[in-house]
Design a protein around this ligand. Structure first.
Ligand SMILES: Nc1ncnc2c1ncn2[C@@H]1O[C@H](COP(=O)(O)OP(=O)(O)OP(=O)(O)O)[C@@H](O)[C@H]1O
Ligand SMILES: [Mg+2]
Length: 271
């Protein structure tokens, strides 16, 4: 099944909370105005999704998000004939709807999709801005405001799963990392609703975990896990309890690694 989440046109409601960490907003908006496609690269939980939500809001475009996976077919993206009573009826997929409506179409974790699925993006992602619907025998021109945004996590990259060069070179790339400690403290305090001093401690722990080399971790502590720990603190748990459950637990199943993380938690948050 396809996950297709729609965020309604949002120019009237409040802006999704996103704190810029560099010139990413400026570049995104410039690329949008020029009809260029955008590639967001970065580790899990660093703010890519939140960033796209904020940009859709600022630009006054609907946002249509598709989570990619390896069963995703071209038909899942563009649409298919479905049986309706004793007739068949064409139903647009999320990509086709975005093309017709001039929405921002966000394909999350695009490398998870097979390459024969993503070739349909090529004429859309370059200057042609066209989507051929072979089953209908028509080619759609993308409505003004349509923008293709894809994301992937280079940390999970493998030989089998990499983005084709012909796809990558149709995009403007924005590289995401974790924010500076000061910025991240503000984000954690705001999102979790905790005191700045508590957020500062969690961020210091996060920074220390990120500095570990060969720590046996596939991924380091993200802003997301620090916020989750902060939420537990907001519920009355101690910093240590919260970080064990929300930071150390999710990061590793390996007993030795978890042990090391728990020791760091005691050093940074104990007492
Ligand atoms: N710059 C930022 N401004 C505001 N909130 C942020 C920022 N960066 C991260 N966050 C917070 O971190 C959480 C995780 O971010 P988000 O879901 O956007 O990550 P992601 O990069 O899309 O991760 P994934 O690759 O796993 O989908 C957000 O819900 C938000 O609370
Ligand atoms: Mg995301």
């Amino acid at each position: 099944m396809i996950m297709d989440m729609r965020t309604p046109r949002a120019n009237s409601d409040t802006r999704p909370y996103y704190v810029a960490t560099g010139d990413e907003e400026k570049i995104f908006k410039a690329a949008f105005r020029q009809g260029l496609s955008i590639l967001l690269k970065g580790p899990t939980g660093c703010g890519k999704t939140r960033f796209v939500e904020a940009m859709a809001h600022d630009l006054g475009r609907p946002l249509i998000t598709v989570s990619c996976h390896d069963d995703l077919t071209t038909a899942d993206l563009v649409g298919r004939y479905l049986l309706n009573g004793n007739q068949t009826q064409w139903v647009d997929g999320p990509l086709t709807r975005a093309v017709r409506e001039g929405a921002i179409c966000y394909l999350d974790e695009i490398v998870e999709a097979r390459q024969d699925t993503t070739v349909v993006l090529h004429p859309l992602a370059d200057h042609r801005r066209q989507l051929p619907l072979e089953r209908l025998g028509v080619t759609l021109e993308a409505a003004p405001g349509f923008c293709l945004v894809v994301s992937y996590n280079p940390g999970y990259q493998s030989v089998l799963k990499d983005l084709k060069d012909s796809t990558r070179q149709r995009m403007v790339a924005l590289e995401f990392g974790f924010p500076s400690p000061q910025v991240e403290e503000g984000i954690v305090a705001t999102e979790a609703g905790i005191a700045p001093a508590q957020a500062e401690k969690l961020v210091r722990l996060g920074q220390a975990i990120r500095r570990l080399e060969n720590g046996g971790l596939r991924e380091v502590a993200s802003t997301r896990v620090l916020i989750a720990a902060g939420r537990l603190v907001a519920e009355g748990l101690t910093l240590t309890q919260a970080a064990r459950a929300a930071v150390a637990g999710p990061l590793s199943d390996d007993a030795r690694v978890s042990d090391g993380l728990n020791k760091m938690i005691d050093v940074y948050l104990g007492g």
